[in-house]
Design a protein around this ligand. Structure first.
Ligand SMILES: [Mg+2]
Length: 375
């Protein structure tokens, strides 16, 4: 059995002269074999940049076209293939966009392996340990406080016990941030937990502590990425001094980066994104690190139904992790790219017995939004 075709696919809903805000572009990957199977992967990253890594001409042995490394390989040899990819891409740099591309490959290879053997990826990772996951809902808050209240009440009525909000500049204006938190807390009452995501906008320890004191009364469950991801000393001071969980990690890649971050930042929750960190293999290693250093792991996930399905398979096999992020994006790439998008009911995601990651793609939507620019 061998890999005969690699399809890097850039999807974009918006025209180039309009910004993609959240989830309106995506990078997905199909890896095809000579027995007519294909695996599906994704990376939530700079889609056009990743596509180029699969299409650019190789220059030398450490700067190779990623498709070229994959073609002809036996897809069952995942560890060997990942080693070959790292060796052939050293000049890309072992972080950032390269690891995002390798994440998509890793997910697609595990999906393919599941299809070859007729089992779920959870089985390949050691077996399914649970039938349900607790889900929390993430949304982007508006400056319209009434709209936030309607949304938060709706999510509460759908059964979510934890809501998180952030993005669209939330974190950059202390006064309006406080009004947004207050409005949402009043809308859902005390029985729903709330978390906020600052996307690093609270600058440093002193500023973050002041902002926290402003909003302490709203009893937040966690504060995500209060400061820039590389400000690990600020993370450590906040983790030690604030009576609230500090979380982060969605922007890190590889086991080494996660070990450095978890150890130094002292976060309560680490949040790797399976489509960026290195795929299933790295998620498994980050779970081990979370146990070693005493923090929880709650995966980051705010992209398409491929990411959601892959994250479900990782969590299904995990001994310690059972909380999953449930995007409230209205982008067609979240709602319709995957025909069988995993549903969330009463704040719970049921883990079905699937093959691979269990995703069926909407080929019509892919045709509609596919960007094919070749060099
Ligand atoms: Mg985040």
């Amino acid at each position: 059995m061998k890999i005969v075709k690699v399809e890097p696919i850039w999807l974009r809903v918006k025209p180039f002269n309009e910004p993609c805000e959240w989830g309106e572009d995506a990078f997905i990957l199909k890896i095809h074999t000579d027995n007519n199977l294909y695996g599906i992967g994704e990376s939530d990253s700079a889609a056009a940049v990743l596509k180029m890594m699969f299409e650019q001409p190789s220059t030398h042995g450490s700067c190779r076209n990623l498709s070229e490394i994959l073609l002809g390989q036996d897809p069952r040899n995942i560890k060997k293939i990942m080693d070959d990819l790292l060796e052939g891409s050293a000049y890309y740099g072992y972080s950032g966009a390269l690891i995002c591309a390798l994440s998509a490959i890793n997910i697609a290879l595990y999906d393919l392996l599941g299809k070859i053997y007729g089992v779920s990826v959870a089985v390949l990772l050691g077996g399914k340990r649970k039938d349900y996951l607790n889900a929390y809902a993430t949304f982007i808050p508006s400056q319209d406080l009434k709209a936030n209240a309607v949304k938060a009440k709706h999510l509460k009525s759908e059964g979510f016990k934890l809501l998180k909000f952030g993005g669209a500049g939330f974190g950059s204006n202390a006064l309006s941030d406080k009004e947004i938190i207050q409005g949402i807390r009043e809308a859902v009452g005390d029985e729903v937990k709330l978390s906020i995501d600052l996307v690093g906008l609270w600058k440093n320890f002193s500023y973050a502590r002041e902002r926290f004191l402003d909003i302490k009364e709203y009893n937040l469950e966690w504060i995500e990425e209060p400061v820039g991801m590389n400000n690990v000393c600020d993370y450590a001071r906040l983790s030690e001094h604030l009576p609230c969980k500090i979380t982060g990690g969605e922007g890190f890649y590889t086991q080494n980066e996660f070990e450095n971050f978890i150890k130094k930042s002292k976060v309560s929750i680490v949040q790797p994104d399976i489509t960026r960190c290195g795929g299933f293999d790295t998620m498994v290693e980050v779970e081990k690190l979370s146990l070693k250093y005493g923090c929880d792991l709650v995966p980051h996930g705010f992209s398409t139904g491929i990411l959601l399905a892959a994250t479900v398979q990782f969590l299904a096999s995990s001994k310690h992790c059972d909380l999953i992020e449930c995007s409230q994006s209205t982008s067609a790439l979240y709602t319709h790219l995957v025909k069988n998008l995993i549903p969330c009911k009463d704040g719970i995601i049921a883990i079905e017995d699937v093959v691979g990651i269990g995703v069926e793609l909407n080929e019509e939507l892919i045709k509609q939004y596919r960007i094919d620019i070749k060099i």
